[in-house]
Design a binder for this molecule. Structure first.
Ligand code: HGY
Ligand code: MN
Ligand code: MN
Length: 428
């Protein structure tokens, strides 16, 4: 458990942010968790553009408006809240509102609710910063449809082809999901923010890994964010009778998948680094009958590394391995690359600011890379962007038992407020 000093406004620095209200932040996180909460898994299912996701966005917009902040939703479903004039570049704080199918209550949501807490803290203090403060709750960060749609729309990295062609692993089209959510798919093209409209983007996120919890530190100052690519793969063989087809006369799609699973460690050893990851996260066998040899295996493959070159080397090695396996098993190998998100370095200006402020607060901290992808990796394309982590107990995430201690959250939220305070009071 990480040791965190009590939160007191640092003495002597007029520029310190007012104290955040951790109880109010906790209530907000628990309120957002209700959208898509599934008692059967004790977790959250708030898929991008699903009913729960859109209900959560409407709730956030209503909350912002009731509390006197300007609020709107852009064409990509991103929710904005603002304190200060609309005609000046903003200090934007945010993360994502959507979740993976069986999530905890903190992934993405904590960053958005912390941004809300910072807005509230500034407003309560009657702060009138030189640069307006903005909350951004992005859409579809978890890649249900491949990319990080909300953040990519803001940075200008979505295309009409992606918006009209993307689909999820069950074949649901992004365009249909956006339309059902009341959004015009191509409207996401208007969500682009000019680099002059945002002075900085800062994100608080749970680490989703074991580093901070293991070394007993409270804050991660993120220096780089891994890239990620995602394939949907079809291995097509021959459905056949499980009793009459001799073992040496089968084109068994599952056996091809099983061979590939065993090839993954070698592929990483030969072409990857210690930051490389290859994951098969979703598998479907067709026809799915116990007495029929699987004629088809449909599965996702996600590759990650902090280097684009290594990501490409992993892709090529997987392609060669699957082609050889298909030949060996008499299968056809087809795949679709549904996303490629480049890795990104955080802005040194922001990481140095976080490090200065975390030392002033006396919190324990560690500069570190992010193995997970985050909205920040697209915001670095249009502004100075960076992020901080708070510890994940046991490193667990993308699972209902994801947990971060509230005293660590309080420290992280105060640090985000300090960074927003410093950035929003910067001279012209
Ligand atoms: O999967 C990720 O890297 C992130 O949680 N979207
Ligand atoms: Mn996340
Ligand atoms: Mn996630």
């Amino acid at each position: 458990m990480s040791a965190t000093k009590p939160i007191e406004p640092a003495a002597g620095d007029a520029g310190q942010a007012p104290k955040i209200n951790i109880e109010r932040l906790k209530q907000s996180v628990l309120a957002l968790a209700k959208f898509g909460y599934d008692d059967s898994i004790n977790g959250v299912n708030r898929l991008g553009f699903g009913e729960a996701d859109m209900a959560a966005r409407r709730w956030l917009m209503d909350t912002l408006t009731e509390e006197g902040f300007d609020s709107h939703m852009d064409g990509a479903g991103n929710v904005y809240g603002r304190l200060g004039p609309a005609d000046k570049p903003s200090i934007t704080m945010g993360s994502h509102i959507d979740s993976v199918p069986a999530s905890g209550i903190f992934d993405g949501a904590l960053g958005v609710m912390t941004a809300l807490e910072v807005l509230r803290t500034f407003k309560d203090a009657g702060a009138e910063p030189r640069w307006p403060l903005e909350l951004l709750g992005t859409s579809e960060e978890e890649g249900r449809f491949g990319g990080m749609l909300g953040a990519q729309a803001v940075s200008g990295d979505v295309t009409p082809e992606f918006l009209m062609g993307a689909h999820d692993a069950d074949g649901n089209r992004l365009a249909d999901a956006m339309t059902a959510a009341g959004l015009e798919p191509l409207g996401a093209l208007e969500a682009r923010r000019s680099s002059g409209s945002m002075r900085a983007f800062i994100e608080l996120h749970i680490e989703q890994g074991p580093v901070l919890d293991t070394i007993g530190k409270t804050i991660g100052v993120v220096e780089s964010i891994s890239g990620v690519w995602k394939w949907i793969i079809h291995l097509r063989g021959k459905a056949d009778h499980a009793g009459t087809a001799p073992m040496n006369m089968r084109s068994d799609a599952f056996m091809g998948l099983a061979d590939f699973a065993h090839a993954i460690p070698r592929i990483i050893d030969e072409h990857g680094t210690d930051k490389s990851r290859l994951t098969v996260g979703k598998v479907e066998l067709k026809p799915g009958s116990p007495h029929t040899i699987p004629g088809e295996a449909i599965f996702t493959l996600v590759g990650r590394d902090s280097s684009s070159e290594v990501m490409k080397a992993l892709e090529d090695a997987c392609h060669r391995s699957l082609s050889a396996i298909a030949r060996r098993h008499g299968l056809r190998f087809e795949y679709e690359q549904v996303s490629w998100l480049d890795p990104s370095d955080c802005s040194p200006k922001i990481t140095d600011l976080f490090e200065k402020l975390v030392r002033e607060r006396g919190y324990s901290y560690q500069r570190m890379p992010s193995g997970a992808g985050h909205d920040t990796q697209f915001m670095t394309r249009i502004t100075d962007a960076g992020m901080i982590f708070v510890p994940s107990v046991g490193g667990v995430s993308h699972a209902p038992d994801e947990l971060t201690h509230w005293e660590d959250i309080e420290a992280g939220a105060q640090l985000l407020a300090d960074a927003a305070w410093a950035l929003s009071h910067e001279p012209e």
